[in-house]
Design a protein around this ligand. Structure first.
Ligand code: GUN
Length: 289
């Protein structure tokens, strides 16, 4: 029997409905949550992601600021923009769209964001809180995936969970979130040996490679009844594709997330939630939503 298709749009709708209520409540207290995005250069995919984030903010009543910076901006000039946003009391969340052009230092650039406005959970402060199991602002894609597990009652306790990604935005935060749920976590990357063997022994696979020409998760690589969460999104054969051969995988998995319509909408929904949380922190109402 085919597994359950994870409907990220449906889960995102329920998160957004709660965020909308939280926005209305915080506005009653005189705070209008506002997200500032910073986009450097003219990468079309990044521009589309940022546009979608703005649209989603509008839907729930979050204000937005749109900072588009030239690809040639210097590190000093970039840092000044972030510093101004840090100081601006009407801005509650700051999102620097990644990747940045190669001449800008991604770690240094995102580390400058005030931890109270760090809606990506990327600053050393927030990453450290996550490692200590005390996080308030957590990277959006990992927290969106945890929300999916919750929504579908997927129990992680004692499960072997394989994460194929080690980035600061996905693999590293997921490691801590999954550990908190008592999963046994293995983080894989480009140098991992026998990836196919590790996949076959995993109860849950979260894959975020994003290069179908190099890596495809096939039904032969998963065990019967596995849960497959596909985070990747890239163009393959002129279509949007994740890492997994979804149509094949869903025949063997207990749950699988499609691309598009799986994890993507959750990333945006969690960004909205983090923005309201940041507005609450900034205004000293101090509630996590
Ligand atoms: N680029 C791709 N995904 C993300 C994300 O979640 N946050 C940021 N800032 N940049 C991204």
């Amino acid at each position: 029997m085919a597994g359950t298709r994870i409907d990220g749009n449906e889960v995102a709708r329920s998160v957004k409905a709660r965020v909308k209520e939280a926005v209305a409540a915080i506005k009653e207290q005189g705070v209008s949550p506002c997200l500032a995005t910073v986009l450097v250069g003219d990468d079309q995919a990044s521009a589309t992601y940022v546009r979608n984030k703005h649209k989603a903010c509008e839907e729930v009543g979050i204000l937005t600021r749109d900072h588009k910076l030239d690809a040639s901006i210097s590190q000093d000039e970039f840092d000044r923009v972030v510093e101004e946003l840090n100081m601006d009391k009407s801005v509650h969340g700051i999102l620097v769209q990644l990747p940045l052009p190669a001449h800008l230092d991604e770690f240094a650039s995102t580390s400058r964001i005030s931890p109270l406005k760090d809606v990506d959970g990327l600053t050393p402060h927030n990453a450290g809180l996550l490692a200590a199991n005390k996080a308030v602002l957590v990277a959006c894609t990992p927290s969106g995936i945890m929300e999916i597990f919750e929504h579908y009652n997927i129990n992680l306790e004692g499960k072997n969970v394989l994460v194929i990604n080690r980035s600061s935005l996905v693999g590293k935060p997921l490691y801590h979130l999954l550990l908190e749920k008592d999963a046994t976590v293995i983080t894989c990357h480009s140098k991992t040996g026998d990836l196919a063997g590790l996949c076959r022994s995993a109860d849950v696979i979260i894959t975020a490679v994003g290069d179908r020409a190099r890596f495809t998760l096939t039904p032969e690589m998963i065990k019967e009844g596995a849960v497959v969460i596909d985070v990747a999104i890239s163009r393959f054969n002129d279509k949007l594709a994740g890492d997994a051969d979804y149509e094949g995988i869903i025949q063997k998995a207990s749950f699988a997330s499609p691309v598009p319509g799986g994890v993507g909408p959750m990333t945006v929904a969690m960004l909205l939630r983090n923005t309201v949380t940041a507005a609450s922190l900034g205004s000293r109402i101090g509630r996590q939503f």
